[in-house]
Design a protein around this ligand. Structure first.
Ligand code: FE2
Length: 138
């Protein structure tokens, strides 16, 4: 078992759980029905990724952390919905960066494939939510 890889995956898993929680809260706060749908979909994606990360950690012979990242509190501390959503997207970009930094040193092919798809999914969700931020009332 590669403890460094497991540690990296636990960090990502905690970030995804935090993202899922944040997205749920943002969905409740949003008024635009289209934005609500986007946030709900992105939240489900975060839950899916957190679950898959847990499965990879188990496959590697370790027990996944069930902690949630402190990102939730950072978003809660902001009062304005737009700022919260912008911070969410910055957090999502951080996840992509972490994955991209790590990919070259990973040798586990199924894990690499999963992380590539997870990074692309983040890109898609960031773009869709950015577009909604530009297109009108939230
Ligand atoms: Fe995420």
């Amino acid at each position: 078992m590669d403890t460094e890889v497991v540690e990296f995956l636990n960090t990502l898993g905690e970030a995804e759980r935090a993202g899922g929680r944040v997205l749920h809260e943002l969905e409740q706060a949003a008024s635009s029905l289209e934005l609500k749908e986007l946030l709900r979909k992105a939240g489900h994606d975060e839950g899916y990724w957190a679950g898959q990360i847990g499965a990879h950690i188990r496959r590697l012979g370790a027990e996944p952390s069930n902690k949630t990242g402190d990102f939730v509190e950072k978003v809660r501390a902001l009062t304005d919905l737009r700022s919260k959503i912008e911070l969410l997207n910055r957090g999502q970009r951080w996840v992509i960066r972490k994955i991209e930094e790590r990919l070259p040193s990973l040798s586990d092919a199924p894990l690499k494939a999963f992380l590539v798809v997870m990074a692309k999914g983040h890109q898609t969700n960031i773009q869709a939510i950015d577009d909604a931020l530009k297109s009108g009332p939230l």
